[in-house]
Write a new protein. Structure first.
Lengths: 259, 251, 298, 259, 251
């Protein structure tokens, strides 16, 4: 059993280590310009420096808060909206075109409007994050709700479940796998949206760190920013899944997880 | 307790499915009255439209034409589907519980719900599996849970679509007895689809024979035609392609 | 008295905080809290917003979220005004002739003349673009191709060898030098870039006293820099996360300015013509219309 | 029937028209600064001007090509990869961490690396688009594949279907609803990624048009860009669904469409 | 044609499910040989482990311990599941076709496939519904398609889990006859689960009675115990809780 765990860990980390080795080699041998691909050591040093000064944690904290707030606003809009649209067909006809339209509009293209409506404070940054993560959650949930088997609907009808019970006992559990995909995607797009969000008048945050480091020509710090985003993305995803696992006893999501 | 059992009046009922290949006239011009507290069995060849008729009575299928009236109007049937239809994400107990939330008044009465679920599972012999999930049951067990779920609703109107089809002879016999005694106490208006003519004869006081969407015979258990060799008689009725619409019950 | 009333409505002052290229007055003002001190008694809170982009500052001012843009380049000011976003110049920050440069790698073009027929990366519609156009005109170069991209990308493309030259500014110049790059020429002799403090016209009109006090504080910062250069540069180095040597280098290139002159005004007119000729603005604007009523052109 | 169609169209267009009216009113009454919210008329004029000069179609053509190429590359990677990972569990263990990592990394933060590897031509723009649209397709397909009912797997085994037949007759049809959600999301994210992609040395394209117009303070043109993106997004989505409809006879996707 | 019919040797077979509530010992120490070309019926109470045994023979379930050997080894069973398992995204015809792709050699022989599908659907009386989708069929029709799909594979090894449970008496009788005549021609090694003891007696030459995971009786049709009132005899065997393991076949 222990041995099995070992090999599993080995397999999991094989590719990252290989990439790291390749990277070290590439910068050691100077296959590419060291300015553009700083050595792992230099990136590590930059990370350490940022960590020591506390700047990294400040950036991380600010961004984390933005991601969390944005993500929960996304959930708060997308989940009720999809249930509403699912149960009230006229809402679907009303909202279809506007939502379809927004689907292909890049959030950062709307920055002028966001500044107009939300100013240059947190609100417009949050709006960017919400716009970036809304559709994965919404469309996946809609997909899950619409692909529910007719059998369960009939059963709910014949058991005289009311709307709330129907949602709780039938609709939501049936749509859950799709919903899970949606929130996983949504959460990643929250992280990804940080760059766009922190283009608007930000003085901290991981997106700001990356943008500012690019402006200042500190590619090593850009790498630090990228790694922090990637790793935090993985961790938050894990935590989220664990949390949902507690809420939903009928499935082992960690095993169920799509991959 | 006939007060809860509704009268069911079916008039000129038709159901036509527009299938992907051809239209199917599944139920043809059926007019029928189920008296309050009667136990009616419905037999007929596979695909003759029994399930379609039952589903229309359950309000799950819209008639293409014709009408179904219930007196009292607010009667709600307990339904046993032809497949067990247990929600896979809930334990057996939970599957039973949600069926009772609207039946046990006051709703808050958790103890009453628990008692009824227990009793119903006891009856079908599955009390020890109450915490299992549906996929952990055998085919017959799942069917019995479906039966228990319908019975514990204690409705005055029961629609049952081959509830014993996957059960062995003995379990079947026991459950027939249970069902009979429950019906005798409760006197629900019951429509019972079965392929087993002996079962129909044991349980029902009235037997409807359906063929190609129509009711071709409507028999009372005491009809002369069922005096001896009733099974053979019913088989021959089912087989006879010439009978237009024979209503033996009235004769 | 009427003015005083307007002051009392004002409980906060939204100011952008633009550190780069190396706007030392602003950094000193913020880090030494000069504005906070100045307005403390009036109960006016100073709120700093870190926005580097000129376009975004213009948008924020139009939205009413920003009262003073501490540093904007002249092109952004002209573009905004031309598009109907009325912004007034309230002060000058610097004439950074040495801060903008055409850079090449070691093995790249040797002289400015060699730029003919080459691919140059840099941001369109900015003073850098203007510099390249001026070089083309003055040196009579043919076939210079500008690929539009932001400064960090231009730098990456240059170092990665994907373009022949890049238009760069400030820190990126120093970093590129460290990475084996070379300054082909700075903007000196071609154009005089202007970095300006800007405020919405309506704000200037309603709160001219605030503007006056703001420019006075900026003046104070300027004087502090002149008198305590080493301290000031240390503040800048800290703010931008640079070494003192790099900061000093940047300061020397920054061309910080004390007052807005007649030459600056004609430079602004030249910028308008440049943008108009490139079709980057639709409506020509009078340079004099962009001068705030409080600004004293020397 | 005709009347029904009428009311349906009315319902569909009600909200867009309402928004348009509101917009017209807001800019008429000058509730907000006309610089940030130009009047519908001005936007229409800007669109007309851009259309007359042919610039709009040039931008559209270039971007359209990028979207299509990017999207098909995404499909070309995500579809086989998810089937491979589904059938070879060791691949999953190998690739899990790198892919999870990439999931939260903003594509535009990698622009320096993309320029380094792919130069400043089409390749790096395509790479941005692929990065932006990969995960919706990939995760949804993985989700669909992993949530396939055990019953069908057993059936396939007992019918001795080979891997190809299993994929064709069982796996793909079962995963199809999720896949559909994935490609719809993926396609929108292709459009959305144009802004990021065309940050890299572009001289045309809708993303470039928006970026350039933002820099040039031409908010009216920004609106033209946004509208073009939104409308083209809707249209391409419709066309795609129609195309899939021809390929897949067993479902009416236009009805099945999640919404 | 016994050459295709495998011999099946089951030794000390066990299957324990670790369910969510408790462990279930579904199959207990079963040792058994099915001779090539034999038709064996398996009867027993609901939940006694019949399906589990059949699924292990089909290779769909791993034994917890014990072994199953086939001679020849490469024999592959045609399986009828307890539920019809028709792929909902394909028409009936397509559902049948994919079952034949590996059975008809050369594979390219589309005509042969078509012929066999046609014949099998003809037999179960559903040729006119070949282009319908599974959800458009009645329960019994779907079950008949499942039967047709297994039969058209013409395998020498058949595993059938209650293939006639949702069929009316007449259809059932007809299909029993068909199955019997097919088996007589083809002599496949067949294991047939049923709840209908009469059916087992009609079809099978050997009858296994299962109880709580064990085979408690192994009867030959010609056994003395089945001479008169065979159904009653089997019922009483099934019911007797004391029988440890009675193998009547050898007596
Ligand atoms: N996947 C599973 N997980 C846990 N327990 C299971 C599972 N499948 C079957 N069982 C249990 O194993 C026992 C035997 O089940 P099996 O399906 O073999 O019964 P069966 O004889 O086919 O019954 P029936 O006639 O009702 O179909 C039952 O108690 C059942 O609950
Ligand atoms: N959803 C549907 N779409 C099209 N045709 C259908 C649909 N449901 C049932 N039918 C058809 O209607 C007819 C009657 O079906 P029904 O299910 O009522 O039969 P049944 O009497 O219950 O048969 P069984 O005993 O086999 O369950 C059949 O021919 C069937 O194919
Ligand atoms: Mg039926
Ligand atoms: Mg079974």
């Amino acid at each position: 059993m222990k041995k099995l765990k070992w090999t599993a860990a080995l397999e999991t980390l094989a590719v990252p280590f290989l990439l790291l080795a390749l990277w070290a080699l590439a910068s050691e041998r100077q296959w590419v310009h060291p300015y553009l691909l700083p050595s792992p050591l230099r990136v590590a040093k930059a990370a350490l420096r940022l960590a020591e000064s506390g700047a990294l944690f400040k950036h991380l904290g600010v961004s984390f808060q933005r991601v969390i707030i944005g993500f929960f606003i996304t959930l708060g809009i997308a989940v009720p909206l999809s249930f509403l649209i699912h149960s009230l067909p006229f809402l679907k006809r009303l909202l279809r075109v506007p939502l379809e339209f927004l689907r292909s509009v890049p959030p950062i293209s709307t920055i002028p409007l966001l500044i107009l409506w939300f100013g240059i404070g947190e609100a417009s940054k949050t709006a960017i994050i919400v716009m970036a993560s809304f559709f994965p959650v919404f469309l996946n949930l809609m997909g899950g709700l619409n692909n529910i088997e007719e059998d369960w609907k009939e059963l709910a009808r014949s058991l005289q479940l009311d709307q709330g019970e129907y949602i709780r006992f039938v609709l939501f559990p049936a749509a859950f796998p799709s919903f899970l995909t949606g929130i996983q995607l949504g959460l990643s797009y929250c992280w990804r949206a940080l760059m766009g969000a922190e283009m608007i008048a930000a003085a901290s945050g991981l997106g700001y760190l990356i943008l500012d480091s690019q402006d200042m020509g500190r590619i090593d710090r850009v790498f630090v920013g990228i790694f922090t985003l990637g790793i935090c993305g993985i961790l938050l995803d894990k935590i989220l899944i664990k949390a949902f696992n507690c809420l939903i006893p009928w499935k082992d999501l960690e095993e169920e997880q799509n991959w | 307790m006939v007060e809860n059992a509704p009268e069911v009046i079916i008039q000129d009922l038709n159901r036509i499915y527009k299938g992907s290949d051809e239209a199917v006239h599944a139920v043809k011009d059926i007019s029928l009255t189920l008296t309050p507290g009667s136990f009616t069995a419905l037999v007929g060849f596979s695909g003759c439209g029994k399930t379609t008729l039952l589903r229309m009575l359950a309000g799950l299928e819209e008639p293409s034409s014709g009408s179904i009236s219930l007196f009292p109007e607010n009667s709600y049937p307990a339904v046993i589907f032809q497949t067990p239809r247990l929600l896979p994400w809930m334990t057996i107990k939970k599957n039973m519980n949600i069926a009772l939330r609207h039946r046990v008044i006051p709703r808050q009465n958790k103890r009453e719900i628990k008692k009824r679920v227990h009793a119903a599972l006891e009856m079908v012999g599955l009390n020890d599996r109450a915490d299992a999930y549906p996929h952990e049951l055998s085919g017959g067990m799942a069917q019995r849970v479906g039966l228990a779920r319908a019975l514990c609703q204690e409705s005055g109107f029961m629609l049952m679509d081959e509830p014993f089809s996957s059960l062995d002879a003995l379990t079947r016999e026991n459950l027939q007895k249970e069902l009979k005694s429950i019906w005798e106490k409760k006197k629900s208006t019951t429509l019972f689809i079965t392929h087993d003519i002996a079962e129909a004869l044991v349980l029902a006081s009235r037997i409807l024979i359906m063929k190609e969407g129509s009711i071709i015979a409507d028999l009372d258990r005491n009809d002369w035609i069922l005096r001896n060799k009733p099974e053979a008689a019913i088989m021959s009725l089912m087989n006879n392609p010439l009978i237009p619409r024979m209503v033996y019950a009235t004769s | 008295n009427g003015r005083k009333d307007k002051n009392t409505d004002l409980t906060q002052l939204n100011i952008s905080y633009v550190k780069s290229p190396f706007n030392l007055q602003i950094m000193v003002m913020k880090e030494k809290q000069l504005l906070e001190q100045e307005f403390a008694n009036d109960g006016i809170e100073i709120i700093w917003h870190e926005i580097n982009s000129g376009a975004k500052q213009a948008e924020a001012m139009a939205a009413g979220s920003l009262d003073i843009a501490s540093v904007m380049n002249s092109a952004s000011v002209i573009i905004a005004n031309s598009a109907g976003n009325e912004l007034d110049v309230i002060d000058i920050v610097s004439r950074p002739e040495q801060t903008f440069a055409v850079m090449v790698m070691e093995d790249g073009p040797k002289t400015v003349k060699d730029l003919a027929g080459k691919i140059v990366a840099g941001p369109k519609g900015t003073v850098l673009h203007q510099m390249l156009a001026a070089i083309e005109e003055k040196e009579d170069l043919e076939g210079v191709q500008l690929v539009s991209m932001s400064l960090p990308q231009a730098q990456t493309a240059l170092i990665a060898g994907k373009v022949d030259a890049a238009l760069l500014a400030a820190s990126l110049i120093i970093k590129t030098q460290a990475a084996g790059g070379r300054i082909l020429t700075s903007s000196e002799g071609y154009v005089v870039p202007l970095l300006l403090s800007v405020s919405p016209q309506s704000f200037v009109e309603n709160h001219s006293d605030i503007i006056d006090r703001y420019t006075a504080v900026q003046q104070k910062a300027y004087e502090y820099i002149q008198n305590n250069q080493a301290d000031a540069i240390a503040i800048g180095a800290e703010a931008q996360g640079l070494s003192n040597i790099d900061a000093e280098n940047l300061f020397d290139r920054s061309g910080i300015a004390r007052e807005f002159t007649k030459e600056d005004l004609s430079g602004l007119e030249g910028d308008v013509d440049f943008l108009k000729n490139l079709d980057m603005i639709e409506n020509a604007v009078e340079a004099s219309c962009m001068i705030g009523k409080t600004l004293n052109v020397k």
